[in-house]
Design a protein around this ligand. Structure first.
Ligand SMILES: NC(=O)c1ccc[n+]([C@@H]2O[C@H](COP(=O)([O-])OP(=O)(O)OC[C@H]3O[C@@H](n4cnc5c(N)ncnc54)[C@H](O)[C@@H]3O)[C@@H](O)[C@H]2O)c1
Ligand SMILES: [Zn+2]
Length: 353
């Protein structure tokens, strides 16, 4: 089964192809672009890298936040020069979201922009990081502080890559899929994984098409993320991003109910969806709510007061100025569990098909 999702951005439109073995379309995509050479930056073993059909430099890479730096961008661009890569050639990334982000930024900057094709290999990169054209690297001062908008020319989400993905990384990607339930994707539970990925990408594509530069509607993608980001920081990243977003999604349902935006059953649906995916639903017992609220005040959605994307009568919306007392009350009402029992215990109902 293969699904093709268009991202419609005028002359920068492209397709995201999802399914087993789709990486083998790479040569065809490169041919259509008219590139004569390619640099493939890959964090996966060489045998996972498909043929490009043109003269190719294969550069090994490692996933991880440590390598998402301007130094890596500079090193990559140096390799591009020495290989003789021109603006009419192509760069290919093959790896997790950290690799698609850093390679995407190198492609955006090299010769003021060279075509890039992403082959995302983690579930999170397939449903989120590789689609939509945001690229970035980290500074010592914080994550994703330097970047560019640079749309890929194609994204090939080969689900065969996921066969080697560690279970926690799988869960992390499922966390991003779970939150799609509440921002317009509908109920994806029970669908084959390819369909769930394609539906999540379709949702993101639709949002990016109307708000490519993150000036409004793209906020919706941050569903569950205000608390999610705070939890990642408060646990020293012991929770993977999507796991933290999952707890943030349960919280968002409860907060929306506390603010009278949704009824009890809709709040409970948040718990049911997150639980279905085998994701954590409780706050880590070790985490201090005061610290979480402090972190959330730093979140960029907080203009004044606390900002959350919340469900409501007209669907999900950014809600600013949520009173701190309500946030504390809802946090206090959240179930709590020791960190160790939160992660790695449950098995998703939704595992690979
Ligand atoms: N640009 C965007 O719009 C956007 C959106 C969401 C996230 N991101 C970024 O994406 C990054 C997170 O992505 P991620 O979760 O993929 O992180 P990651 O790249 O660190 O990969 C997670 C882990 O999975 C491993 N891995 C990946 N694919 C594998 C495979 N097929 N087999 C075995 N192991 C594999 C990696 O080596 C790594 O250990 C963050 O840096 C985040 O900022 C960007
Ligand atoms: Zn996310």
């Amino acid at each position: 089964m293969r699904r093709t999702v268009p991202v419609r951005l005028g002359d920068r439109s492209y397709e995201v192809v999802v399914g087993p073995g789709v990486r083998n379309s790479l040569a065809e995509v490169v041919r259509r672009l008219g590139a004569e050479r390619a640099v493939v930056v890959s964090a996966r073993p060489d045998e996972w890298v498909p043929d490009t059909g043109v003269e190719t430099l294969l550069l090994p890479a490692r996933d991880g936040e440590q390598g998402k730096t301007l130094a890596t961008v500079e090193a990559l661009c140096g390799e591009f020069v020495r290989f003789g890569l021109t603006r009419s050639d192509v760069v290919v990334s093959c790896g997790g979201g950290t690799t698609t982000d850093v390679v995407g930024l190198a492609a955006a900057l090299y010769h003021r922009g060279v075509d890039v094709i992403h082959l995302p290999t983690s579930l999170l990169a397939q449903v989120d990081a590789s689609v939509g054209g945001k690229t970035a690297v980290n500074l010592r001062e914080g994550k994703n502080l330097v970047g560019a908008f640079w749309q890929p020319r194609a994204v090939l989400c080969d689900t065969d890559y996921l066969s080697t993905l560690p279970a926690r990384e799988m869960l992390s990607g499922l966390g991003e899929i779970a939150r799609c339930h509440f921002i317009g994707a509908g109920d994806l539970r029970g669908l084959p994984l390819t369909e769930q990925i394609a539906a999540s990408v379709t949702l993101k594509a639709g949002i990016v098409e109307v708000d490519e530069r993150d000036a409004g509607k793209r906020h919706l993608l941050n569903y569950g993320h205000t608390l999610g980001h705070a939890l990642e920081l408060a646990t020293g990243f012991a929770l993977r991003h999507g796991e933290a977003v999952a707890v943030g999604t349960v919280f968002a349902g409860r907060l929306a109910h506390a603010l009278g935006r949704v009824d009890r059953s809709r709040a409970d649906e948040h718990l049911a969806v997150v639980r279905h995916y085998g994701l954590p639903t409780a706050l880590p017992a070790e985490v201090d709510p005061e610290l979480l609220v402090r972190q959330m005040h730093r979140d960029k959605k907080a203009v004044s007061g606390l900002g959350f994307v919340l469900d409501g009568p007209e669907g999900a919306q950014l809600v600013t100025d949520v009173p701190q007392e309500v946030v504390f009350r809802v946090l206090a009402g959240m179930p709590r569990a020791p960190m160790d029992s939160l992660v790695g215990a449950a098995t998703p109902d939704a595992v690979l098909t």
